[in-house]
Every structure is written in structure tokens, then in C-alpha cells.
Design a protein. Structure first.
Length: 202
């Protein structure tokens, strides 16, 4: 895993943008970097978190601290944990319940006691904390390509406002089209790396 800061991402993105880097300020670039990491990359390859809980004679358990409502999912529950042959619970044996204040995982048939350990594997988005984020180092370049694509699209949109549609009906002659073409190229690099259809949307 590689811990990266906004500065690390900006340096890579600006290298991709080259002389177009000055079209956006650092705050704008940070917005697109955060969107690339938290909203798009995390959806395609979410972070897996593992948490162990000791039974206490109850059948409902609070979500892990990394749980994000509306995003996180349960990958699996090992119960009881640490057996030589892992015992993975059937999805029909637990459910997610919601109260007025929080979500919990409820076992529908078992009530673990203090001799039992339950191991929850859940997903979470990658989040910037103290201006840093830890993602797999093998994905860093691809995420920067994604962020570059978002930046180029934003630049193209700004250029479009300056375009006089009476000058030409040919989109290839429009000043924003070159940016849109480059944005598509970087997006395809990201999608290819992630094993996603290159003509898909994010």
C-alpha cells in the first residue's frame, strides 16, 4: 500500500496535464482528486476492512467504525472465527437492521457468547485523512489518470463557455474538443487498468 498526499496526486496529475495545468488552481485539482478517489475508484475497488468482535450473549452488533451508510457492504462473516477450516455464515442467517440512530448487523439464529469471536469483513471507501490516503501502489497511476480525465473535462467545460457557436459547426475546430478527446484517453487508461469496459461510464 502507498500513502499519498494531495501534493503527490497533484504532481502526477500536473505532469499529465503539462502546460494545461495552470487552467485549474490547486483547490480545483484537489476537488477532482478527492472525487476520483472517494467517489469513483472506491466504488470500483473498495477498501476491505476486517474487524473481530467477541460475543457477549447478544445477537445484534454495531457496524465497524469504517462503515459508511449507503456505500459499505458485508463481504462475509466468519463465525465462529479462527477455526482451522473457516466457517462462513450463510447470508440468510443475518440481516442489517436500522434504528432511528444507527445500523446494526443482526444474527437471526445464533447468539454468540464470550467464548466466540465473530470476524466481519466489510467494505469502505478510501478517504483522505490529514490530507493523505492509502491506496494500493499498483493503482496510483490509474487513479491519477482518472483525476486527470476529470480535470480535462472541467477545462473543456470552461472552454465551451468561451466558444462562439457561430464560428463553426464542426466540433473538431472547437477549442474545448481537444480537451474532451484527451479526457477520454485518460479515462480509457483508468478503465483498462481496472478491467472495466472502455466504453463504459463511471
Amino acid at each position: 500500500m502507498a500513502s499519498k498526499t494531495y501534493a503527490d496526486f497533484r504532481s502526477e496529475v500536473e505532469a499529465n496535464l503539462q502546460d494545461k495545468a495552470d487552467e485549474l488552481d490547486d483547490a480545483d485539482k484537489n476537488v477532482f482528486i478527492r472525487r476520483a478517489v472517494e467517489e469513483i475508484y472506491s466504488k470500483h475497488r473498495p477498501k476491505e476492512t476486517i474487524s473481530d468482535v467477541t460475543g457477549s450473549g447478544v445477537y445484534s452488533f454495531d457496524m465497524p467504525s469504517t462503515w459508511v451508510k449507503g456505500f459499505s457492504t458485508i463481504r462475509q462473516i466468519e463465525y465462529p472465527a479462527n477455526d482451522q477450516t473457516p466457517t462462513i455464515m450463510d447470508e440468510r442467517d443475518y440481516t442489517i437492521i436500522e434504528s432511528t440512530s444507527k445500523q446494526q448487523i443482526r444474527f437471526l439464529a445464533d447468539t454468540p457468547d464470550s467464548s466466540d469471536t465473530i470476524r466481519f469483513t466489510t467494505t469502505a471507501p478510501y478517504l483522505f485523512s490529514s490530507n493523505a490516503v492509502t491506496i494500493p501502489s499498483t493503482d496510483f497511476g490509474a487513479v491519477c489518470s482518472l483525476a486527470t480525465s476529470l480535470c480535462l473535462t472541467a477545462i473543456a467545460n470552461r472552454m465551451a463557455f468561451k466558444y462562439d457557436p457561430t464560428l463553426s459547426a464542426d466540433s473538431s475546430g472547437r477549442p474545448d474538443q481537444a480537451f474532451r478527446d484527451q479526457a477520454k484517453t485518460y479515462m480509457k487508461e483508468y478503465l483498462r487498468h481496472m478491467g472495466l469496459p472502455e466504453d463504459g461510464t463511471v
